[in-house]
Design a binder for this molecule. Sequence first.
Ligand code: AMO
Length: 443
Amino acid sequence: MDKVTGELKTDCVPYSQFKEHVGEVVNIKGVIHNIRDMSDFAFVLIRTARDVIQCVYSPEFSDYRMTDDVVEQASAKVSGKVVPSKTRDGSERYELQITGIDILSRPADIVPVVINKKQINAELSVNLDNRPVTLRNPKERAIFKIQEGIQRGFREYLTSQDFTEVHTPKINFAGAEGGTNVFRLDYFGKTVFLAQSPQLYKQTLIPVFERVFEIGPVFRAEHHDTSRHLNEYISMDFEMGFIDSFYDIMEMETGVLKYIMNLLREKYASEVALLGADIPEIDSIPCIRFKDAKEMCVRKLKNITDMHDFEPEEEAYLGKWAKQQYGSDFLFVTHFLTSKRPFYTMEDPEDPEVTLSFDLLFRGIEITSGGQRIHDYNEQVEKMKRLGMNPEEFDTYLMLHKYGAPPHGGLGLGLERLTMHLLGFKNVRSAAMFPRDINRVTP
Ligand code: AMO
């Protein structure tokens, strides 16, 4: 090759264009997903980036004869004639009548878990131990295509609303969310922390860009093994300046979620169908104050002892209540207690016991926390002192307040939590590509 032009040429045809090539011989490249030998002919399923294409081998179609090299998980270039056919449910599809198979790479061993059935029929721990292989199963793969769609929707919508996409450091000088669930790291002899969230930096960027968002990993040293907590997860954050109140943030989130759900319906229909996902219709999202929600939970549920926060069963109850009362899969809970929200949260001037903050519940589980932040320097320093924090440790964060910050607020939305409930999983690990929990750091 003398020069490269940036135009990648291929002699392969994607499945989405098969319709235009009926009767012609085309090439495809993919992995042999399944071979079903039917004595005088064989089905060879080829897994491509997003499809599984049925190819049929028969000596009648050409002079080509299958060799011992044609094995499952081999990479291949297959040529064949495009013919229309029908799926079991009668819908239209296309298949290839094989005229040649060129093996590009052979596996060294057979896979440790069956991956070419409809789904992985192994326990979750076995599935996760063998992730490099189990992710090849089309249903497992579809989970993460859906996640791609969620992130894409988040990015597209916020970009359309003049947000700037940023990436903030994951090695931090302080924990942003308080508590004990922060990972410490030896940084050339100095103790530093893995980012619990991009909180301090996304706020810092408000006087710069006015509106920012970030999609990236965050780290929480969760000491318990629960079905809803990961030690590393993908946080989708945004922060916006010049808000009139924290309700502006809830409006923006509602817009984001509407856009994401429509995008999934339109552009991820095959994955939605494969997973049987119930994509919620969003018109508006009901809101309830924490105090009122708590009173209702205490009335309806037994043994509620923590009056400052929700137990998982209370969230589940509130989820059902929102569905019954408003037909909504989502519920905003607002005005959480000041004692339970992080140091940067603004208190309600009418009642400092509560904050200008919210959580969003989706089908009975918290997927978002957000709220208005303190923008006044003295107010922030005072609050840090009241909470026993040393403002000097946060001097670079406090430059935001000291040198002028507009009223602002934002939120963090957990990607795996949203995916988990969208797809009806019982365990958040099912919605994590390579989950990290207290017992797992591999693969
Ligand atoms: P918070 O700590 O509530 O708020 O986290 C925001 C969202 O992140 C998800 N999440 C988790 N997902 C999986 N495993 C975990 N261990 C885990 N912890 C949290 C949840 C949760 O709602 N800085 C604030 C956000 C903001 O105010 O902008 C924050 O991080 O979906």
